[in-house]
Ligand binder design. Structure first.
Ligand SMILES: [Zn+2]
Ligand SMILES: [Zn+2]
Length: 148
């Protein structure tokens, strides 16, 4: 049974598999873990919605703490925020499902297409993540020869 907890030593906030796990078994931390009043579902929603917002973990943790505080002090406002996050996550999921649908040639609608060599275009594997939006659009149709 998962719950959400925070580490009193390194201030990590996340899920633990079992509330009987009392110490943060990550790296050499071994800090004491304390339950926080967020459900796992709430935490996952908030985490997914804010996945790309925070550059560093400190900011992310501060944000989680402010959300927990909000839940304790203003449950109505917390509910509003959470439903915003849910909408965001649903939109993102829909968008990703759409982009993973079978691609077709925009010219002749054929599914006989091939990806143009991604390594050649991006220069380096390390950049694939950054350019993936662009790379996904790099196809050539085997049927009519159209590229897009
Ligand atoms: Zn820790
Ligand atoms: Zn085509």
């Amino acid at each position: 049974m998962y719950d959400v907890c925070k580490c009193l030593k390194c201030t990590w906030i996340g899920q633990r598999e079992d509330p009987d796990i009392k110490f943060h078994l990550w790296g050499n931390c071994m800090g004491e873990l304390e339950h926080v009043p967020l459900s796992v579902e709430e935490f996952r929603t908030i985490r997914s919605a804010t996945m790309n917002i925070f550059q560093d973990n400190k900011d992310r943790r501060r944000f989680y703490e402010s959300i927990i505080e909000l839940k304790e002090n203003d449950i109505v406002e917390f509910g509003l925020k959470l439903s915003q996050f849910r909408t965001q996550v649903n939109q993102e999921t829909a968008r990703m499902e759409q982009s993973s649908a079978v691609p077709r040639c925009p010219s002749c609608q054929s599914t006989q297409i091939r990806k143009i060599d991604v390594v050649e275009r991006a220069g380096s594997i390390a950049f694939l993540g950054i350019f993936s939006g662009k790379i996904n659009k790099s196809f050539k149709c085997k049927n009519c020869g159209y590229t897009w």
